[in-house]
Design a protein around this ligand. Structure first.
Ligand code: SIN
Length: 531
C-alpha cells in the first residue's frame, strides 16, 4: 500500500479484514496527504427524499458526458454503506439537534447530501479516525518518510513490489525495496505541478508517474479541476493556498465582482452553486474583464459563520480579513486531478497486480469534472472493492526482474520553471499556442539531469512526467469540456466524447491515444469478487 490518505488507509483496513498483512508506505508522515485538508465533506444519499439516481444525475452533469455510468452507479449505490462503516470505525460527523447527520450542499448538487465534521474540517476527522484504526492494527507495518520510486515487475509483467528511497537517519537512509504480492497506489494528486494549488506539498503526481513508467495507462489527465475559491493571498502567493469551501456557498455565501455585483446569477440555474468548472470559468472571465487577480466571496449573511466554518475563518483572520464584516478575496487554484491511472471498477490498472485508489486513479466516476465531495467518497467505495479483490486471491510472491529502462532523475532546480510554465499555459484557461510553449519548456527541462539523485530530484522527475503527460493530453483535446477550457476551441465537440489515454513507450516517449468511452470494464482480477 503506497499512500496514507483516505484511499490508502481504508484499503489497508479492508485488506486486513480479509486476513492479509499490509506494508503501508508513505512519503512523509501518515497525516500529510490531501485528506486532512478536505473541508466540505462526503457526498452520500442519506436523506429519504434523495435518491442514488439523483446523485448519479448530478455526478454525470458535472462530468459533462465523460463519466462511466457503471462506475458512477457503484459510487452512488455503495457510498452510503461505506460511509456508515466509516462512522462505525469512529469518524464523528456533525449532527442536527435531533441527532441526525447534518447535510449541506455544494456546487452541482441539487440536494443536501454532504456530511461534514468539525464544521469545515471533515478530512481531518476522517484522517484521525482512520489513523487511529491503523495504529491499532498489528498486521499493518507502517513505513513513513519513504518515497516510492518505481514498481518492481516480475518476468511475467506482474507487480512484485516497489523500490523506495527511505529518508531515515544514518544507516537507514537510502534506496531499498519492498516485495509484495500486489501493490496499491493511493498517492493522491498532482496539484504541485502548478505554482498555486490547494494541495499539500506531497501532491507531486508520484503514483501516476510510477504507473506510466511501469507501463500502466493514464487517462483524463487534461481534466484538472480548479477550485473556484482559494483564499487570495496576493499576486506572489505560491504553494499550498487555503481553501474556502464551496459549502460556504451552500450555506448562502455568494460571489461578487469588483463593483460589488453578483455575477453567477443568470450564468447557470444553480447560480453560485453551479458545478465547479462553471464557477471557475465565470470567475476567470470576471478577472480578465476587470484586469484583476481575484474576485470576492460575500459570506457576511451566514449567521453561525464561526461555528460552521472555524478553519476557514481562522485562515481568513490570519490573513487580516474579517469574513463577518467584509467579503473574502478569492481566486481559482489547482485543486483536483479528475484523471489518473485508468482502473476498472475494482481498482485494477492495466498492469497485473497493480491497483490504484483515490485521486491517483481514474475510475471514470469524475469524467471531465469531479462533483464536489465525491472524492473522499470515491476513496471509501473503491478501497472496499480493492480489498475484496485482494482478499479473494493473490498470486504468490514473484521475483522482480531488473528494470530494462532505468530513467535518470532531474535537477530539483527546474521546479520553479516547471510550475511557472504550467500555471501560465496549462491552467484553467488554455490555448494551442500556450500549450505548445509549455510543451517546449518541459522538453527543455527534461534534459537537466542530476548525477546523485535524492528525494527532491525524484519528485521533480515525477512532476515533469505528469506535467508532460497532462500537457500532451490537453494539447490533443481541441474542445472545451468540463474543467478543460480551450480559448481557441470554446465549445464542446461530440467527436471528443471519449478518453485520451496516455502511455510511456519503451524509449521513454509519451504516447496519447483517443478512445471512445469504455463503460464499466472489469479486469480478470475482479472475477467473483463481491463487496
Ligand atoms: C470544498 O469544500 O469546497 C472542497 C470539497 C471538494 O473538493 O470536494
Amino acid at each position: 500500500m503506497v499512500g496514507s490518505g483516505v484511499a490508502g488507509l481504508r484499503t489497508a483496513l479492508h485488506a486486513r479484514s480479509y486476513g492479509l498483512s499490509v506494508i503501508l508506505v508513505t512519503k512523509v508522515n501518515i497525516d500529510d496527504g490531501s485528506t486532512r485538508w478536505a473541508q466540505g465533506g462526503i457526498a452520500a444519499v442519506l436523506d429519504p427524499t434523495d435518491t442514488p439516481a439523483a446523485h448519479a444525475a448530478d455526478t454525470h452533469a458535472a462530468g459533462v458526458g465523460l463519466c462511466d455510468p457503471v462506475a458512477v452507479d457503484v459510487l452512488v449505490n455503495e457510498g452510503p454503506g461505506r460511509l456508515r462503516e466509516l462512522i462505525e470505525l469512529g469518524a464523528a460527523f456533525d449532527r442536527t439537534p435531533d441527532g441526525k447527520l447534518a447535510l449541506t450542499r455544494e456546487g452541482g448538487h441539487h440536494a443536501r447530501r454532504i456530511v461534514h465534521a468539525g464544521g469545515d474540517a471533515t478530512g481531518a476527522e476522517v484522517q484521525r479516525a482512520l489513523h487511529a484504526a491503523i495504529v491499532g492494527d498489528a498486521g499493518i507495518d507502517l513505513i513513513e518518510h519513504a518515497m516510492v520510486l518505481d514498481l518492481l515487475l516480475a518476468a511475467d509483467g506482474r507487480a512484485a513490489g516497489v523500490s523506495l528511497h527511505v529518508l531515515g537517519e544514518g544507516s537507514t537512509d537510502g534506496v531499498g525495496a519492498v516485495l509484495a504480492r500486489a501493490v496499491v497506489l493511493a498517492t493522491g494528486g498532482m496539484g504541485q505541478i502548478y505554482a498555486a494549488t490547494t494541495n499539500p506539498s506531497v501532491s507531486t503526481g508520484d503514483g501516476v508517474a510510477l504507473g506510466l513508467r511501469a507501463g500502466a495507462v493514464a487517462a483524463d489527465l487534461e481534466f484538472v479541476q480548479f477550485h473556484p475559491t482559494s483564499l487570495y493571498l496576493g499576486p506572489q502567493a505560491t504553494g499550498q493556498q487555503p481553501l474556502i469551501s464551496e459549502a460556504m456557498r451552500g450555506e448562502g455565501a455568494f460571489l461578487i465582482d469588483g463593483g460589488g455585483q453578483r455575477f453567477m446569477t443568470g450564468i447557470h440555474p444553480l447560480a453560485d452553486l453551479a458545478p465547479r468548472d462553471v464557477v471557475a470559468k465565470a470567475i476567470t472571465r470576471v478577472m480578465l474583464r476587470e484586469a484583476s487577480d481575484h474576485v470576492r466571496l460575500d459570506a457576511t449573511g451566514i449567521a453561525d459563520l464561526d461555528a460552521r466554518f472555524p478553519s476557514i475563518i481562522a485562515s481568513c483572520r490570519a490573513a487580516g480579513i474579517e469574513p463577518r464584516s467584509e467579503p473574502i478575496p478569492v481566486r481559482p487554484a489547482a485543486h483536483y486531478a479528475s484523471g489518473g491511472l485508468r482502473t476498472d471498477v475494482w481498482g485494477a490498472t492495466s498492469v497485473p497486480g497493480l491497483f490504484a485508489c483515490g485521486e491517483v486513479a481514474c475510475t471514470g466516476v469524475h469524467g471531465a469534472n469531479r462533483l464536489a465531495s465525491n472524492s473522499l467518497l470515491e476513496g471509501l467505495v473503491f478501497a472496499a472493492r480493492i480489498g475484496a479483490v485482494l482478499g479473494k486471491d493473490l498470486f504468490p510472491q514473484a521475483d522482480p526482474v531488473p528494470a530494462h529502462a532505468p530513467y535518470g532523475a532531474l535537477d530539483p532546480a527546474i521546479r520553479s520553471e516547471l510550475t511557472a510554465a504550467m500555471s501560465t499555459h496549462v491552467a484553467a484557461l488554455r490555448s494551442g499556442d500556450g500549450l505548445a510553449k509549455a510543451g517546449e519548456t518541459l522538453r527543455d527541462l527534461s534534459i537537466r539531469a542530476v548525477q546523485e539523485p535524492g528525494p527532491a530530484a525524484w519528485e521533480v522527475t515525477d512532476l515533469l512526467m505528469v506535467a508532460s503527460a497532462l500537457t500532451a493530453a490537453a494539447t490533443q483535446r481541441t474542445e472545451t469540456r468540463g474543467c478543460h477550457w480551450r480559448a481557441d476551441h470554446p465549445d464542446a465537440d461530440a467527436s471528443w466524447l471519449g478518453r485520451i489515454d496516455v502511455t510511456l513507450d519503451a524509449d521513454g516517449t509519451l504516447q496519447t491515444a483517443f478512445n471512445p468511452l469504455r463503460i464499466g470494464a472489469e479486469s480478470d482480477a475482479a472475477q467473483g469478487a463481491t463487496v
